[in-house]
Design a protein around this ligand. Structure first.
Ligand SMILES: *[C@@H]1O[C@H](CO)[C@@H](O)[C@H](O)[C@H]1NC(C)=O
Ligand SMILES: *[C@@H]1O[C@H](CO)[C@@H](O)[C@H](O)[C@H]1NC(C)=O
Ligand SMILES: *[C@@H]1O[C@H](CO)[C@@H](O)[C@H](O)[C@H]1NC(C)=O
Ligand SMILES: *[C@@H]1O[C@H](CO)[C@@H](O)[C@H](O)[C@H]1NC(C)=O
Length: 220
């Protein structure tokens, strides 16, 4: 089962907005949302359309190639973690989505993660020493396993980067991050307030949309 993805754009100065909601795979849905929102935003803000009947269908070509499902192949699940399971335990923070908590259940000796109110599941080892998988359980058990790159600093697990859909960057969760800490990975949000739809603004708004998607999935 695939859920609905939605996008809301508001243009306060034009007293207007667009809301779209689509079912189907997320990767294709993003392009469809973009095309509709760009077209309506041009109408609302009185600008010339920069997408035409050809590029509306080929979007994101000719500007860039369509998003892939995965940046890398999903690593195979293995029997053992490359480190002691306790090394992964901890609270990992991200400014947009909040804390990701990993705990070892000493009864079944498995690692579990929690993110927000409904993000929970099992952490699995892979054949790649610096990658682990997050397998979500109810109510999100239908989402694909999330690949996390493990970054080690000073011999300890320092951060987990949850892989996204290219060209969007990973979402980094840093161990022990306080909400008051500055965010070194924070993109330039200023670009998101623009109302015209040029390709370079799109890249940051897609990143933003992915963060919102994660925040929505895991914190609603
Ligand atoms: C549509 O836009 C693209 C790029 O902006 C341009 O190359 C192409 O000629 C346009 N096609 C039509 C039918 O206007
Ligand atoms: C995995 O760890 C268990 C003990 O924790 C050990 O018995 C087993 O041999 C290990 N397997 C591999 C493939 O390293
Ligand atoms: C640990 O795992 C066992 C068996 O799956 C389960 O019954 C128990 O509730 C878990 N404990 C915690 C603290 O989640
Ligand atoms: C996230 O964890 C940090 C400690 O690592 C804590 O200071 C902070 O209050 C937590 N934030 C939330 C929203 O629970």
């Amino acid at each position: 089962m695939v859920g609905f993805t939605s996008l809301l754009s508001l243009y306060p100065s034009a007293s207007g907005g667009v809301f779209t909601s689509l079912n189907g795979p997320t990767t294709t849905a993003d392009n469809i949302h973009d095309v509709i929102h760009y077209q309506v935003s041009d109408i609302l803000t009185g600008k010339d359309h920069w997408l035409n009947s050809t590029t509306a269908c080929t979007y994101p070509a000719p500007w860039w190639t369509t998003r892939q499902t995965r940046s890398t192949a999903v690593p195979k699940i293995s029997d053992n973690f490359s480190r002691d399971k306790r090394d992964y335990e901890g609270v990992y923070g991200n400014h947009a989505t909040g804390n990701l908590t990993i705990t070892l259940n000493t009864t079944d000796n498995k690692l579990y993660f929690r993110l927000g109110l409904i993000g929970r599941g099992v952490v699995l080892p892979t054949e790649s020493a610096n990658q682990i998988l997050f397998r979500a359980e109810e109510p999100l058990e239908y989402i694909p396993n999330i690949i996390a790159d493990v970054e080690v600093k000073g011999g300890e697990v320092f951060s987990l980067s949850l892989q996204s859909y290219p060209p969007e960057p990973s979402v980094v969760f840093e161990r022990g991050l306080k909400l008051t800490d500055p965010d070194p990975t924070e993109p330039e949000w200023d670009d998101c307030t623009g109302v015209s739809g040029s390709p370079d603004r799109t890249a940051s708004s897609n990143t933003f949309a992915f963060l919102l998607f994660l925040a929505y999935m895991f914190t609603v």
